[in-house]
Design a binder for this molecule. Structure first.
Ligand code: ZN
Length: 357
């Protein structure tokens, strides 16, 4: 089976909701994509929504990172099918018992949104394989080379990077529509980004958020703008005293990450990597986003920043999966992608079980 096209991703989500009515609900996102496509997520859980703490998983944000949709569709299918059959799950050398599966379905809400950017995926799969952004032409001035916004730079976290960052830092973001990492004209300018915000708003018991990307064989924790530190709470993204100082390593500024949250994030990341390693021996590294490269406006940092900006919001630990390696790139041969799906899904199941402990 080759990679799914956008119609197949959508039909996989809707058919799972139909096939497992007692354990899943179809969620229609409030906004269609820029080109007018309806978007759906799947809630997995056997008790009414809002009863349990929630894990939100999204994928298909960057158009060319094709396998992210399949990773999430298969995770949903595996859990629902195993629960219905009363069986466990086996991913190579990593296994989970039927009790593990029941625990996830009964004690956790899983919200799975596999295709955030359908317009971009379609363009990548039919026209330009390396396309990354959405397909919004609003800022292009009619130039097809300047179409699209990078959805994972469009969240409200240090969006004004020219003020936030040290001029000598080089965060991977741009205010030029011609660039691959164009942030858009303002935070949440894109319907695809607003859909993700809506999911977090409408699932107030969300405590964990995972955005599935490729590639680097890593599980990233917050933060992306600078190195983490747990000693100086006032040194944080909200404090204008530190404008023009963020984004460089081994200097005075570090982004504050409360020690208990840093520790909890690292435990979850290590468990993810350990279960993944057990499948067939691939080694993924747990690390903060900054250590991949400095960024702003990304989903995982936004998810964690929400409770700091507004204390009425629940605390969310944010993560980004970077599946696959340089050899396979964004489009590994399908046989290899199937192995990567097993790797990552084993990690995600273990992540959910660790979250419950
Ligand atoms: Zn990506």
């Amino acid at each position: 089976m080759p990679y799914l096209n956008i119609t197949e991703v959508e039909s996989a989500v809707t058919s799972l909701a139909t096939a497992f009515p007692g354990a899943s609900d179809l969620i229609e996102l409030p906004e269609p994509s820029v080109e007018g496509r309806a978007c759906h997520a799947l809630r997995i859980g056997t008790v009414p929504a809002g009863t349990n703490d929630c894990v939100v998983l999204i994928g298909g944000v960057h158009a060319r990172e094709w396998g992210s949709c399949e990773i999430l569709v298969d995770l949903a299918a595996d859990l629902l099918e195993a629960y219905a059959a009363g069986t466990g799950l086996v991913y190579g050398g990593t296994g989970f018992t039927a009790d593990d599966v029941r625990k996830i379905l009964r004690e956790l809400d899983l919200v799975v949104f596999p295709l955030v950017n359908p317009d971009g995926r379609r363009y990548s799969q039919t026209v330009e394989p390396m396309w990354r952004k959405n397909r919004n032409p609003a800022q292009s001035g009619g130039d097809p080379e300047r179409i699209g916004v990078d959805i994972n730079r469009n969240y409200d976290f240090l969006f004004d990077f020219e003020t936030a960052f040290d001029p000598a830092a080089a965060p991977r973001v741009s205010s030029d529509p011609g660039d691959l990492v164009y942030q858009g004209p303002r935070p949440f300018s894109e319907p695809e980004t607003r859909n993700v915000r809506w999911l977090l708003d409408s699932c107030p018991r969300t405590r964990w958020f995972i955005d599935v990307h490729s590639y680097s064989e890593a599980l990233l924790t917050v933060w992306g703008d600078d190195e983490n530190q747990s000693g100086e709470p006032s040194q944080n993204f909200l404090n204008p005293a530190y404008d023009h100082q963020r984004g460089r390593g081994a200097d005075a500024y570090g982004e504050y990450f409360a020690k208990s949250d840093a520790d909890d994030s690292m435990v979850l990341a290590r468990q993810f990597c350990a279960a993944l390693h057990g499948v067939r021996g691939r080694t993924y590294r747990p690390m903060s986003g900054y250590h991949l490269y400095p960024t702003c406006g990304t989903s995982d940092d936004y998810a964690h920043a929400r409770h700091i900006v507004d204390e009425r919001k629940g605390k969310i630990l944010g993560f980004t999966v970077e599946w696959g390696d340089t050899a396979g790139g964004f489009h590994p041969p399908w046989a290899e992608m199937e192995r990567i799906i097993l790797d990552v899904d084993a990690g995600l199941v273990r992540f959910c079980l660790t979250a419950l402990t």
